[in-house]
Design a protein around this ligand. Sequence first.
Ligand code: NAP
Length: 241
Amino acid sequence: MENDKTTALVTGANKGIGYAIAEQLGATGMRVLVGARSDTGREEAVERLRASGVDAHGVRLDVTSDESVADAAAEVEERFGRLDVLVNNAGISGPFDPVTWTQDPTTLDLDVVRQVVDVNVYGVVRVTNAMLPLLRRSPAPRIVNASSSMGSLGRQPGPVMAAYAPSKTFLNGITTQYARAFADTPVIVNAACPGLVATDFNGFSGDRTAAQGAATAVRLATLPDDGPRGGFFEDAGVVPW
Ligand code: NAP
């Protein structure tokens, strides 16, 4: 195993936007680690990526489990020695009303909020902190957090989603705190919005492809050393907080 090869871990890379991010990072020549909780989904994704020429490897990873995340970090260290790119892509909307496609704050089940925040926010912190010692071994570590413009307080697009949208606002806030903590280090962290992408997430109702949705995350994962830090971006540029 070459340990000087740039290595990227993408969480939730078995399908959707995460898979497309893995494919596009792989196309740049990076080694790509497919972080996924389902053994079958992970193995199938690795196989498909390899068939398209990507140097792909599976890593079992459930972002809500301290144990799974610690095991994943130990496995990455043992097999690859360091990490250069972490894309915190795994995310869920949580259950919503199937008729109105909303999460109504006036009837919100707090267990839904806990479940969504556990994946979309705590999951990111859990994975980032576990992988940080490995990222710090890279000359140019990059972290990308998969956010959403639904978390933008300035824009507030789409339906009322009282668990999901604020989870991404929370994630944006955490992203800026990481950027402050990394200010005098080579670690660059940013948040990416993929746009409305047709995936399982929304019953394939988005108007963008997963490949289009992956583009901003891939750009942020491959930023030069003088690239932006602690920002929130989409294809068209900066997303307002
Ligand atoms: P998706 O097709 O539903 O994929 C979500 C991925 O996250 C799946 O691989 C899923 O794994 C994984 N995941 C969920 N919980 C996990 C856990 N506990 N541990 C590890 N992996 C977990 O959704 P997507 O549209 O590609 O979304 C990817 C990211 O983009 C999310 O963060 C989402 O919030 C964000 N986003 C999406 C859109 C959109 O329009 N699609 C818009 C804005 C932002 P399983 O297959 O095992 O469930």
